[in-house]
Design a protein around this ligand. Structure first.
Ligand SMILES: [Zn+2]
Length: 340
């Protein structure tokens, strides 16, 4: 159910962001090489892609009906060529593991997905039979071939091959330099915003505050937001009022219909760990959900309200300071490492 919903969302997003161009390009594909579906990697340009495949830059634009000169990571392109693209290998990620009680080289190798032999080679100075708590073990985790990777915890983590969230259908980004996430984080936010916009064409754009820095790590004003799985986003305001920025929302002002739809769409993918929402705004969502037929039992796993704030249950829960925006944390994905 949740998986299917996730795929349906991605398909919907794909159709919105160039699916039509793809179909058109495929129709007259035969004359020049094989049709290759290429996903743009971080750092790619139209020129570098054309070079890789030995084709003309203008052809790439024409096949994909691109109006501008830029492509963005994660974007799907059609290329007609008999040349195979060179596999782009990411550099290994250097990592330091601190020895904890019970650690062995075998256990560490297994945890990080590398061979025991390599762990030994990288750490010749350590005696695997006399490991001491707190000792530092050096590791080099194989790159994921350009895939974005959330590393470590959101409070102490990194982001590799982070993808920028840029303005898209129904979505306005405040500071792109602070809006990097994993591919999955970016896709889900874009798809959910586009979904609201498709249902209510008059809906305002949701305003996106901070996600993470391109390489993750500490980011001013937040204790988390370090590993590409967190985002701060405005609530929808009643009457389709476009907010210029994050805005302190009240029970009377929140557009519970659209905000509920957005949350439900995201939660149904099964990819959401939690969403922080001020209690009073939860009340508005709860009352709306009840009014359209959700039972108390059905809402219990979704909303903390009406349970008291200290009962930390429900995906949507209260943490003070979340009246100007909700904070969403996505779960660890299959490409993420050491993730919690
Ligand atoms: Zn936040």
């Amino acid at each position: 159910m949740s998986k299917r919903r996730f795929i349906a969302l991605l398909v919907a997003a794909g159709a919105l962001f160039g699916g039509l161009a793809e179909a058109a390009a495929e129709n007259n594909a035969a004359e020049k090489g094989k049709v290759i579906h290429y996903t743009v990697n971080p750092g790619d340009t139209l020129g570098s892609i054309a070079l890789q495949f030995g084709v003309d830059y203008d052809d790439v634009r024409a096949w994909n009906e691109l109006e501008g000169l830029t492509v963005e990571p994660g974007q799907e392109l059609i290329v007609k060529s008999d040349k195979k693209p060179k596999k782009k290998r990411s550099r290994p990620l250097p990592v330091v593991h601190r020895i904890r009680r019970g650690d062995t080289f075998e256990g560490i190798a297994k945890k990080y997905g590398v061979s025991v032999r390599k762990v030994r080679r990288w750490n010749r100075r350590l005696n695997p039979r006399r490991l001491q708590i707190g000792q530092r073990v050096r590791l080099y985790i194989p790159g994921r071939d350009g895939k974005s990777v959330s590393w470590g915890s959101a409070n102490r983590g990194r982001l590799y091959n982070g993808i920028a969230l840029e303005d898209s259908e129904g979505l306005n980004v405040r500071h792109v330099s602070r809006a990097y996430g994993t591919k999955r984080t970016i896709q889900l936010l874009r798809a959910a915003a586009a979904d609201v916009k498709a249902r209510w064409p008059d809906a305002p754009e949701m305003v996106v505050g901070d996600l993470s820095y391109k390489r993750g790590g500490r980011i001013r004003g937040h204790s988390s937001h370090q590993s590409g799985r967190d985002a701060d986003v405005s609530y929808y305001y009643r009457g389709n009022v476009q907010l210029p920025n994050l805005f302190a929302m009240s029970y009377e002002q929140i557009d519970a219909v659209k905000t509920w739809h957005l949350f439900k769409t995201l939660i149904d993918t099964g990819e959401v760990e939690y969403i922080f929402v001020e209690r009073d705004l939860q009340r508005a969502l709860y009352e709306y959900a009840r009014s359209i037929g959700y039972s108390k039992e059905a809402l219990a796993p979704i909303l903390q309200y009406p349970r008291p704030n200290h009962e930390r249950e429900g995906i949507i829960r209260h943490v003070s300071g979340h009246d100007t925006h909700f904070h969403i944390r996505f779960k660890c994905g299959p490409d993420d490492r050491n993730c919690d």
